[in-house]
Design a binder for this molecule. Structure first.
Ligand code: FAD
Length: 569
């Protein structure tokens, strides 16, 4: 017997009364739970309550509706209440808010948003999928007309109407994370001049700062004003309805509209009031079957805490993929199956004005925060497809792996093409417990317009293998100002003359075999070039001649990104 089957209440004495499963929240997690449960159990009664006017809508499409890339609002509606009824025999009650849970009576208090009338609804099993709420900091002016969060279809409709009615030309986006950047792209698409105000000194907080640097550069080149390292202090209204965003630094940023995209917090009011356990990250505590501290109540999606499979720590991860999979796991659990949710590794992607930014697993800063020290990293900048085929763009890729076993810990990539494909491959390898050797060996599809015979994923694995075997010891750019190593620039003399690191010594790779005896044997040699490839060749040569050589991984392109991020002098 599955561990779950005996937890559900026995069939009521009146056998004609089916078991009742109530679901709070009718979008990603709730809707997928309802549909899966019906596929598993025809007999159960399923009722889904949704506070808003729509169920199963595409929140992820909202920024593109604002940008008019998705012009027809109806495209955002993935499934209607009627379809849930007709296809899945799921009763959907929209504009119906669940206001309380009586756990001992196993009832919900439910308020009809149209009439205001409240009633009680009995449940045998309850699924909480209430999502997350946009954070609205308690600062003056955040409730002024023209200040918006983006969470629902009506939110986006209001933003569209505001832009049209006010003929808006300027916007401030507060927050430079995923949703903030998607809003930037779409407001630029609507021809607005956009300023991003971000409290951290980098965009895309899940990334390591040097990997976010190309995003910063790209946005600036596209005319987006960036104010990083500066928080929101207040917003003031001006005559005529325009706004001024005042930053903590005192800077005034005039705007016709303001988007608040500073993150979300799990919707836990119901769970908290009902006495369910809430975790340290502010989400509902669940087990691997998505059961809360009450065995008749499951919870899924943005509202819950889940285990980060890489750091082993509890986390909240407001993404659609996990919410959908958790909805499915909860349904299976309710149906008596022992399916478990594996945890999350934060695989995510965002596109912004032609640049793709994707990541999976742990970041370097995340590992350090979690106290992990036995890891290494490599940087590489290969073309997204074979260089001889027109239109290849670099992918900036960082791979983190555990030492000495080579387990893959995380990867981040930025570029114009093929970025998400590489991250998805690495994400899959992580999920299967893969190592860098698996990446080196991965057999991936190749034709010139798609990749390379040695795909960037293979290259990342090979570089990491070289680090683990000692074939290519790496030096960390961050330690450059603390080392007495000789920085050996192996580019050609003309390249060196154009620009070089202060204190670097030039010995071109093409002359190394003839001149290597000039180099000191009693000093560490840190080799560098543009991307790290020639430096690797030099490292191999020098190591085989008894020198203590290390490669400054990723070469000057990585140095440039570290410098732009303020991490190296
Ligand atoms: P939701 O989908 O938010 O659904 C929760 C629902 O519960 C809401 O409709 C709410 O009205 C309802 N509800 C709450 N409380 C009650 C109550 N008491 N009674 C009745 N109903 C209630 N994720 C990605 O992976 N990729 C993306 O590109 C992406 N883009 C996004 C863009 C935007 C603008 C937004 C807002 C989110 C985006 N996300 C993206 C995140 C993704 O949409 C969420 O992670 C996902 O929808 C979470 O699913 P959920 O079921 O937990 O919550």
């Amino acid at each position: 017997m599955s561990p779950q089957a005996d937890l559900l209440p026995a069939q009521p004495s009146n056998a004609r009364t089916p078991r009742r499963v109530l679901i709070v929240g009718g979008v990603a997690g709730g809707a997928s739970c309802a549909a899966r449960l019906r596929r598993l159990d025809e007999a159960v009664e399923i009722v889904m309550f949704e506070r808003g006017p729509y169920v199963s809508f595409a929140n992820c499409g909202l920024p593109y509706y604002v940008g008019n890339v998705i012009a027809d609002e109806r495209s955002l509606l993935v499934a209607s209440p009627e379809r849930f009824r007709a296809r899945f025999n799921v009763e959907v009650q929209t504009e119906t808010e669940v206001t309380g849970i009586d756990r001992s009576a196993r009832t919900l208090s439910v308020r009809d948003g149209r009439t205001g009338a409240s009633r009680a609804e009995r449940y045998d099993a309850l699924v909480l999928a209430p999502g997350a709420a946009p954070i609205r900091p308690p600062l003056p002016g955040v409730d002024l007309p023209g200040v918006f969060a983006v969470r629902t279809i009506p939110d986006s409709r209001r933003i569209r109407a505001w832009i049209a009615e006010r003929q808006a030309t300027t916007a401030v986006v507060v927050g430079g994370g995923f949703i903030g950047l998607e809003m930037v792209e779409n407001l630029v698409h609507r021809k607005l001049a956009v300023t991003v105000l971000e409290k951290l000194p980098q965009l895309m907080p899940p990334l390591d700062p040097e990997m976010a640097a190309p995003v910063m550069e790209h946005l600036a080149a596209q005319g987006v004003q960036l104010r990083l390292g500066d928080g929101l202090a207040r917003i003031e209204g001006r005559e005529g309805g325009s706004l001024v965003v005042i930053a903590e630094s005192g800077t005034h940023l005039p705007a016709d509209l303001v988007i608040l995209a500073i993150g979300v917090r799990p919707e836990t009011t119901l769970a908290q009031t009902a006495g369910l356990s809430i975790g340290p990250r502010g989400g509902i505590v669940v087990d691997a079957q998505m059961r809360t501290s009450d065995l008749q109540i499951w919870a899924v999606g943005d509202a819950v805490e889940v285990r980060d499979v890489l750091t082993g720590q509890d986390t909240v991860l407001p993404l659609a993929g996990p919410a959908n999979r958790q909805g499915r796991v909860a349904a299976e659990s309710i149906a008596g199956r022992a399916t478990q949710f594996r945890g999350v590794q934060a695989t995510a992607v965002v596109g912004v004005l032609g640049l793709t930014v994707a990541s999976t697993g742990a970041s370097e800063k995340g590992l350090r925060r979690a106290g992990v020290t036995s890891f290494e990293k490599v940087y590489l900048h290969p073309g997204h497809h074979a260089g001889y085929y027109p239109g290849a763009h670099r992918i900036h890729l960082k791979l983190l792996f555990s030492v000495p076993d080579g387990r893959i810990l995380g990867a981040q990539a930025v570029g114009r093409g093929g970025v998400e494909k590489r991250i998805d491959v690495i994400a899959t390898a992580i999920q299967l417990g893969g190592t860098v050797h698996d990446l080196a060996e991965a057999e991936l599809c190749y034709a010139p317009q798609y990749g390379a015979a040695k795909d960037p994923v293979n290259l990342a694995g090979m570089l990491a293998e070289n680090v683990l075997t000692g074939d290519m010891p790496v030096a960390d750019w961050l330690e450059l100002d603390r080392t007495d190593a000789l920085v050996l620039d192996v580019r050609e003399a003309d390249e060196f003359a154009r620009w070089h690191m202060p204190h670097a010594t030039n010995l071109p790779l093409s002359q190394l075999r003839d001149r290597y005896v000039e180099l000191p044997k009693d000093r560490d040699l840190w080799t560098c070039c543009i991307v790290g490839q020639r430096a690797y060749y030099a490292t191999r040569f020098l190591a085989q001649h008894g020198y203590r050589a290390r490669n400054l991984s990723g070469g000057y392109l990585t140095y440039k990104a570290l410098k732009a991020a303020g991490l190296v002098p």
